[in-house]
Design a protein around this ligand. Structure first.
Ligand code: ADP
Ligand code: MG
Length: 698
């Protein structure tokens, strides 16, 4: 059979160039294969007939068999309508048309058996169907119609006369034209084991099922297919890397690590911190390159883990670097590292966009000469001019702003790629991690340092600000500091900035006895730094900020986080912000301020925040509320992820099954060279061709 991807849609009978263009522009469909996979969003059972007495207004489309008793024209001019009185022999309902009145009265026959198809409503106390489909009962073989598919079409398409019915027409033509079977993508033995329908049968049934059961079997097969190939691609990619790329061996736990651990570590590590360090050290001794994701809730002490791993690298004669998503955060890491390592012979330097001129030159030279042991910075580290003498470990903090591409560039900073650790405070559910970060091993810090009091979270409406100010005053008088955070997004940047500045002015008025600083992304770096410094040093008591402080900022003395317009933040963002307080020994508070009128999901987000402090629980809820689509941007696996049929949030079980089956197949036959696996290899290569090959960049 010819590859359906090579057949242009305009050559499918009934389509032609004009409609092909609409299908392409509106739905992104360009060939027969695309249409084959353009699945209906629902089906309606056309095998069942209803009695008028059974009809309810909450029913979807239904059909009734009967005959017309008579017509009535109601109203005048543009508002006129035609009402047909239709009976099934027991009761009467109204059929209503607002146009084609003359045509209808001429062509529809009274006392002739018809099947009415439409959505029931009630008008003037009578069951009414507006603009129904009316088919001659004799010409319509209901048993053959089965489940009728409904396709999503855009408004533009409807205006151009392309409806769900037209799509139905196209797909049924497509299946009539494809007399040969759509080629199978799974080996028979796997299909047999897993009780999956053949692909051809599944595709036909996904459009034209004979029953609800057949439809769900078909959807299962198609979802499995999609998820299985994603997992197979991810697993074979990481397998290939493992074969090709060796790892630097950090054989010894040397003097720096020991000295720091024994003498300078300000507290003892938590069990979880020790465990993840052991896991990573095992990787770094193994001769394999480490690619690991470290998940740990905000405040769980990831920075310290990063520091200890950097010392391991230096002990073994390597350089390490730590990359942060913002300048503020990079500077804070630099500060933490320098402070903790002040009595040790470890050279730590900073490289961000604001390190310029002579000092930049010096850092770059020292780095290349090997005089810098640990480099802390931002994206600036990725640039070509940044060359290391012997880079052995790359740590990426708060990963969600670094994609797989940046990671690949960092691999290229040494002839043999360095170990890579990605740290994130946004835990994601397992099935999603498996897919988004499929080629990363995962370590989890599931324990907070001792002595932390959970942050108390409250939801407050805007009109109760006065009470809030009183409570804040008490906190500050007791020596604490307070954050006020405002949303800032591109689309409404101007107004958002105005809000921040107004907030700043208002707080200065409300609290004349305290000092207030302000940071937002539009300020000059030096200004920002100075404002931040004043707050960190305790010279100001209140910090008004946009989400630039979202990640990482650490001021243990701050005990209140007020989030303005909290409804405009996503759950994981709110959780991140909340993580900025509760870092010291004092009871801390997170106050979510919103408007009185809240949408359903916004209200739910506030509820979840006040109910739990557990980042993993929040991540699960977040996924349910948003769907995984939004997470696409954080994709780390280097594998195509434009899922069309399966849904990572809803189909977690199938993800797991697909993962297990893919792993079993590769265990048995890592290169997929077994003849039975030929279709797998072919399909996989086809998928890989359509993706940039990040593996090749290293
Ligand atoms: P995150 O995981 O959010 O990056 P940090 O590394 O910023 O967390 O740590 C939060 C705070 O907890 C810091 O002030 C840090 O010094 C402190 N901390 C880290 N580990 C421990 C520990 N084992 N015991 C006590 N405090 C710790
Ligand atoms: Mg951190």
């Amino acid at each position: 059979m010819q590859d359906l991807r090579t057949l242009d849609l305009q050559y499918l009978p009934g389509i032609g160039p004009a409609r092909a263009k609409i299908l392409h522009d509106q739905l992104g469909l360009s060939n027969w294969h695309d249409l084959l996979y353009y699945l209906p969003y629902k089906h309606i059972d056309r095998t069942r007939l209803y009695a008028i007495r059974e009809l309810r207004t909450d029913m979807p489309f239904v059909q009734v068999k009967g005959w017309l008793l008579g017509f009535e024209k109601v109203g005048e001019g543009r508002k006129s309508r035609l009402v047909g009185h239709f009976t099934d022999g027991h009761d009467v309902m109204d059929l209503v048309w607002f146009n084609s009145v003359t045509y209808l009265t001429r062509t529809l026959k009274l006392r002739h058996p018809y099947i009415v198809f439409g959505r029931p409503s009630v008008f003037n106390g009578r069951i009414t169907v507006t603009h129904p489909d009316l088919d001659d009962a004799a010409s319509l073989a209901l048993s053959k119609m089965g489940m009728q598919p409904y396709y999503t079409v855009t408004e533009r398409m409807k205006k151009g006369g392309l409806t769900s019915r037209s799509m139905e027409h196209f797909t049924s033509t497509l299946f009539r034209q494809c007399t040969q079977l759509v080629p199978e993508t799974l080996p028979d033995y796997l299909r047999g084991q897993l009780h999956l329908l053949p692909l051809d049968e599944a595709l036909r049934a996904a459009h034209y099922p004979s029953s609800a059961q057949q439809l769900s079997a078909a959807m299962y097969r198609l979802k499995f297919d999609e998820l299985f190939y994603v997992q197979l691609a991810i697993l074979s990619l990481s397998h290939k890397r493992e074969q090709q790329v060796g790892g630097h061996v950090f054989a010894r736990v040397g003097p720096l690590f020991h000295a720091f651990y024994r003498q300078y570590l300000p507290f003892s590590l938590t069990q979880a911190q020790m465990r993840v360090i052991r896991e990573m050290h095992a990787d770094m001794q193994s001769g394999r390159q480490m690619n690991r994701l470290l998940q740990g809730d905000v405040g769980s002490g990831k920075t310290l883990v990063a520091l200890l791993l950097a010392l391991l690298a230096v002990d073994n004669g390597y350089q390490a670097c730590l990359m942060a998503p913002t300048e503020i955060l990079a500077e804070q890491h630099l500060h933490t590292f320098r402070q903790l390592l002040s009595d040790m012979p470890v050279q730590v330097e900073l490289l961000t966009g604001i390190v310029k001129g002579k000092s930049r030159r010096r850092v770059l030279d020292d780095l290349q000469a090997g005089r810098v042991n640990v480099l802390v910075g931002t994206h600036a580290i990725i640039e070509d001019q940044v060359k290391f003498a012997r880079l052995g470990l790359v740590i990426i903090d708060e990963q969600h702003r670094f994609g797989v591409a940046q990671r690949a560039v960092m691999w290229g900073k040494n002839v043999q790629p360095p170990h890579v650790l990605v740290m994130t405070a946004t835990p994601i559910p397992r099935t999603l991690a498996m897919t988004l970060y499929g080629d990363l091993d995962v370590s989890v810090i599931d324990e907070l340092p001792p002595g932390r009091k959970p942050v108390e979270t409250q939801h407050v409406y805007e009109n109760r600000m006065e009470d809030l100010y009183v409570r804040i005053r008490t906190q500050i008088e007791a020596g604490r500091q307070v954050y006020f955070v405002y949303p800032l997004i591109k689309e409404s940047e101007k107004m958002d900035l105005q809000n921040v500045e107004e907030g700043y002015a208002r707080l200065q008025k409300v609290f004349p006895m305290f000092r207030v600083s302000m940071v937002h992304g539009k300020m000059k770096p030096a200004e920002k730094e100075e404002e931040m410094r004043r707050f960190v040093a305790g010279e100001t008591q209140i910090l008004v900020a946009t989400t630039v402080i979202e990640v990482g900022v650490n001021v243990p003395n701050a005990s209140v986080m007020v989030i303005q317009n909290a409804e405009r933040f996503g759950l994981s963002q709110l959780h991140q912000l909340r993580g900025r307080v509760g870092r010291g020994a004092e009871q801390s508070y997170c106050i979510l301020v919103t408007n009185y009128q809240l949408g359903g999901t916004a209200r739910r987000r506030m509820e979840i925040m006040t109910e739990t402090n557990d980042g993993f629980e929040i991540a699960e809820e977040d996924l349910k509320l948003r769907g995984p689509g939004d997470l696409e941007g954080t994709k780390q696996s280097g594998v195509a992820l434009d899922l069309k049929i399966a849904n990572l949030a809803r189909d977690g079980q199938i993800v797991q099954q697909a993962r297990d089956v893919a792993a079993a197949v590769l265990r048995q036959d890592p290169s997929l060279s077994d003849p039975a696996h030929r279709p797998l290899l072919a399909h996989l290569q086809q998928l890989e061709q359509r993706e940039v090959d990040w593996g090749a960049i290293s």
